[in-house]
Design a binder for this molecule. Structure first.
Ligand code: NAD
Ligand code: WQD
Length: 336
C-alpha cells in the first residue's frame, strides 16, 4: 500500500517513514526541504534497507501535486508538511496561513481530483489553548493563542467541513502533545535550524557544548516545582500512532480526532535532571521570566486513542532522553 507522506524528511515524518517501511507500507515522500535535509533519506535507508521514493516540491504547487498523484497510485496521505515555529508565526502570520492553511487546501483539492479519500493530519495540543483543567480530552473547547495554533485550528475546521460535504472520506486529526526523542539507532532525530525553540533540543545542545546554558522560562507556575508541565511523547511512539490510525481509520468514513500523548506530565526541571542522568553531565540553567503565551500545565487524556486505535505510548522518559542524547552526541551538528 502506497502512502504519500508530506513533510516526510522532517522530524516526525522521517520517523514515521521508518515505521511504515518496517510494517510493509511503501511511503512516497514529498517535501520542499525548507526545514529538513535530503540526507534524511540516506539515514532512513541505512536503518531500513529501503530508500523511500522522494519528489522535492511544495504542497502549495498544484501542478507538482498532479504529477505526484499521476505517477504514484496513492492509497492514503499522511500530511506533516507545515511550519511550526510559534514565535515566527507571530511575526509572519501570513507566511503561516499561506503555508499551513492554503497548502493543506491545495493538497486536499488535488487528493479529491485524484480520488484519494483518506487523510491523516498533524494537528497539535496547541488547539486546546489554555485548558481549564488537565488531563485534556478530545471534546475540550478549542482556541488559539497565536497564528501557528490558529492555522492548525483553521485546518481542522476546513477539513471537518470538507468531510461533511464528502461523506465517503476518512479524515483523522491527530493532536500531538510534545514530541521528543529520536530513533534508537542514533541516525535520525530532531535537527532544528538556528536557536531551538523547544525545550529538549535546547537541553541537548547545552549537553553537547553547542550552548552555554538553558533558560528556564518561569519557576512560579502553580505546579509541583513551579516550572511548566508538559506531556512529552517519544517520536517513535508518535509514529506508531499514525500507523494505528492508518490501519483502523482508513476504511472508516468520518472525521476522527485523537490525542497522541502519554497522559503523564513532567516539569522542565524533571526533564533537565533526566537528561543530566542520560548524558552523565550537568546541564547549567538559569531561571528566566515566563515566556509569553506559555501555560502552566498541558497533558493528555490518551484513553480515547487506546480504546479506538488500540495504541498507547510505551516508551518512558528515560528512553526519550537517552535516545535524544544518542542522536545529539553522535550528530553534534545535526544532519551535516
Ligand atoms: P519539521 O519541520 O521537522 O517537518 C515538517 C516538514 O515539512 C519539513 O521537512 C519541511 O521542509 C516540510 N515543509 C514545510 N512546508 C512545506 C511545504 N509548503 N511544502 C512541502 N514541504 C513543506 O516538523 P515536525 O516536528 O516533523 O512537524 C510535523 C508536523 O507536525 C507539522 O505540521 C507540525 O506543525 C506538527 N506538529 C509538530 C509538533 C512538534 O512539536 N514537533 C507538535 C504538534 C504538531
Ligand atoms: C516546553 C516547556 C517552556 C524552552 C510547543 C508549541 C506547541 C507544540 C509543541 C507544535 C515549557 C519550557 C522551553 C526553553 C524552557 N508544537 N522551556 N526553556 O511550548 O509546550 O509547545 O511545541 O504544534 O504548539 O507551542 O513546548 O518545548 O517550547 O516548551 O523553560 O528554552 O519548556 O516554558 O514549559 P511547548 P516547548
Amino acid at each position: 500500500m502506497k502512502v504519500l507522506v508530506t513533510g516526510g524528511t522532517g522530524y516526525i515524518g522521517s520517523h514515521t517513514c521508518i515505521q511504515l517501511i518496517e510494517q510493509g507500507y511503501t511511503p512516497v515522500v514529498i517535501d520542499n526541504l525548507c526545514n529538513s535535509k535530503e540526507m534524511v533519506l540516506d539515514r532512513i535507508e541505512q536503518v531500513t534497507g529501503v530508500r523511500p521514493t522522494f519528489m522535492q516540491g511544495d504542497i502549495r504547487d498544484s501542478a507538482f501535486l498532479k504529477r505526484v498523484f499521476a505517477k504514484h497510485s496513492i492509497d492514503s496521505v499522511i500530511h506533516f508538511a507545515g511550519l511550526k515555529a510559534v514565535g515566527e508565526s507571530v511575526e509572519k502570520p501570513l507566511k503561516y496561513y499561506d503555508n499551513n492553511v492554503s497548502g493543506t487546501l491545495t493538497l486536499v483539492s488535488e487528493m479529491d481530483l485524484a480520488g484519494v479519500k483518506s487523510l491523516i493530519f498533524s494537528s497539535s495540543a496547541t488547539v486546546y489553548g489554555d485548558p481549564a483543567s488537565v488531563p485534556i480530552k478530545e471534546d475540550f473547547p478549542t482556541s488559539a493563542t497565536n497564528p501557528y495554533g490558529r492555522s492548525k485550528l483553521m485546518v481542522e475546521e476546513c477539513l471537518r467541513d470538507f468531510q461533511q460535504a464528502n461523506l465517503d472520506w476518512s479524515i483523522t486529526l491527530l493532536r500531538y502533545f510534545n514530541p521528543v526523542g529520536a530513533h534508537e539507532s542514533g541516525l535520525l532525530g530532531e535537527d532544528p535550524q538556528g536557536t531551538p525553540n523547544n525545550l529538549l533540543p535546547f537541553v541537548a545542545q547545552v549537553a553537547v557544548g553547542r550552548r552555554e546554558k538553558l533558560g528556564v522560562f518561569g519557576n512560579d507556575y502553580n505546579t509541583p516545582d513551579g516550572t511548566g508541565v508538559r506531556d512529552y511523547i517519544h517520536v517513535v511512539d508518535l509514529a506508531d500512532g499514525h500507523l494505528a490510525a492508518l490501519d483502523k481509520m482508513k476504511h472508516q468514513p468520518g472525521t476522527h480526532i485523537f490525542n497522541l500523548g502519554t497522559g503523564q506530565g513532567n516539569s522542565v526541571l524533571e526533564m533537565v535532571h533526566a537528561f543530566e542522568t542520560a548524558a552523565n553531565r550537568p546541564i547549567p540553567y538559569e531561571i528566566k521570566p515566563r515566556r509569553a503565551g506559555d501555560i502552566a500545565e498541558c497533558y493528555a487524556d490518551p484513553t480515547y486513542a487506546e480504546a479506538h486505535l488500540g495504541w498507547k505510548a510505551t516508551r518512558d522518559l528515560q528512553t526519550m532522553v537517552e535516545d535524544t542524547w544518542r542522536w545529539q552526541s553522535q550528530n553534534p551538528n545535526g544532519y551535516q
